[in-house]
Design a protein around this ligand. Structure first.
Ligand SMILES: *Cc1c(COP(=O)(O)O)cnc(C)c1O
Length: 397
């Protein structure tokens, strides 16, 4: 089966994990801060806090920004459920901003309208989670302008975008947001097995997130309510969790990070081949042109079946899977999940997300994908689409 995405693990990666197994620390030890520093160096962010998943990263980012009951968190409906669940964890309410029909990220014009309306209702969001869908950066400069106007904080959910850049600067540098979060799940751009990280330029937010990942405990005397009883002393000064990353994971992450640029270059090569080979197919291709020095992290390669054509997406997906190609759909709109029904969303409020969901198909893309496998995918897609449209072939213009 050709997967839609998969990790690439080298002998070097394996050795770095084995080295930790032979060392004194298995849980959070010296390698976690090394990995954090390496991510700071790579992204240009001042502070990094490693955690055990991208989901935990979203949770502590929301808490550090003060999200609580009575607040609203807004995000895109076309994302993994974790981008929205983090709001619910904090007791806040969640609302969605419909997507842009070209970029498939949350729409800036819809966000603008929704903010203007929310202001009149006195229910402006406390946090907007900007998801860089498939790796394509959101228009962060515009979102920052709106955040200043309406007073919300910004979390960049960059689980798809590590290794990409916005206006020539790596994703995570945080010029236009408060906190950026990454996931190191095996399908993402680099992996630690499970794992995640938050990066920020605020010492205060970083300190809060460090405590939140470890039970709300501090060992820093200046943060304590009184002077320490002795060198063993620590204080729990808030309610936190055990969200720590292990040194085993950090060693893998550190080793993987060295190859991130190589991985992204491979993803770019594969995406460029798809862009060219599929250009005449009756498909809407992903928008990831290198405008304004902005480059996608290319976590996913999603195409949309053209509207009004006779394509049957379900049949197409089933037939491609029968050919050994594990095509997928990213994502089911979050508001359509059964758990979210209780909050009373109206599908008609998200016409672009609805349309997107009926047409989207994720094609395989991962660094180790060979030319042969990619040609297999392209040929199978060609065969299915010509059959469904009664055409012999599609002619490139
Ligand atoms: C993968 C992902 C997450 C969650 O990351 P985990 O490490 O699996 O917890 C959150 N948001 C998006 C957009 C993701 O793709």
């Amino acid at each position: 089966m050709i997967p839609y995405g998969r990790q690439q693990i080298s002998e070097e990666d394996i050795e770095s994990v084995v080295d930790v197994l032979r060392s004194d620390f298995l849980t959070q030890g010296p390698v976690v801060p090394q990995f954090e520093q390496a991510v700071c160096d790579y992204t240009g962010a001042k502070f990094a806090v490693a955690v055990n998943s991208g989901t935990s990263a979203l949770h502590i980012a929301c808490l550090a920004l003060g999200l609580q009951q009575g607040d609203w968190l807004w995000t895109t409906p076309i994302t993994f459920v974790a981008s929205a669940n983090c709001g619910l964890y904090c007791g806040a309410q969640v609302d969605f901003v419909d997507i842009d029909p070209l970029t498939w990220n949350l729409s800036i014009s819809v966000l603008e309208e929704k903010l203007a309306h929310a202001k009149t209702q006195r229910r402006l969001p406390k946090i907007v989670v900007a998801v860089h869908f498939a790796g394509l950066p959101c228009e962060m400069e515009r979102i920052r302008q709106l955040s200043k106007e309406y007073g919300f904080s910004i979390i960049e959910d960059a689980c798809h975008a590590m290794g990409g850049c916005y206006q020539g600067v790596p994703i995570g540098a945080g010029a236009y947001s408060d906190i950026t979060i990454f996931s190191f799940h095996p399908v993402k751009n680099i992996t630690t097995g499970e794992g995640g990280m938050t990066v920020t330029n605020s010492a205060e937010l970083a300190g809060q997130m460090k405590r939140l990942r470890s039970h709300g405990i501090t060992s820093e005397p200046q943060q304590m309510t009184r002077s320490p009883d002795g060198p063993w002393y620590y204080q729990q000064i808030g309610l936190g969790f055990n969200y720590r990353m292990t040194d085993l994971q950090a060693a893998l992450g550190l080793s993987q990070l060295k190859k991130l640029d190589e991985f992204i270059a491979s993803r770019r090569r594969i995406a460029t081949t798809y862009d060219y080979e599929l250009s005449a197919f009756p498909l809407q291709l992903p928008y990831h042109t290198a405008q304004n020095n902005t480059l996608s992290g290319l976590h996913l390669y999603v195409v949309r079946l053209q509207q009004g054509s006779v394509h049957n997406r379900k049949e197409l997906l089933e037939n491609l899977r029968a050919c050994g190609i594990n095509v997928h759909v990213h994502y089911i709109p979050v508001y359509a999940q059964p758990y979210y029904q209780q909050f009373g969303y109206n599908r008609e409020d998200f016409p672009e997300a609805e349309k997107y969901y009926s047409q989207a198909l994720t094609l395989p893309i991962y660094p180790s994908m060979g030319k042969r496998d990619q040609q297999t995918v392209i040929a199978a897609l060609h065969e299915e689409l010509t059959r469904q449209t009664n055409k012999k072939e599609f002619v490139k213009s």
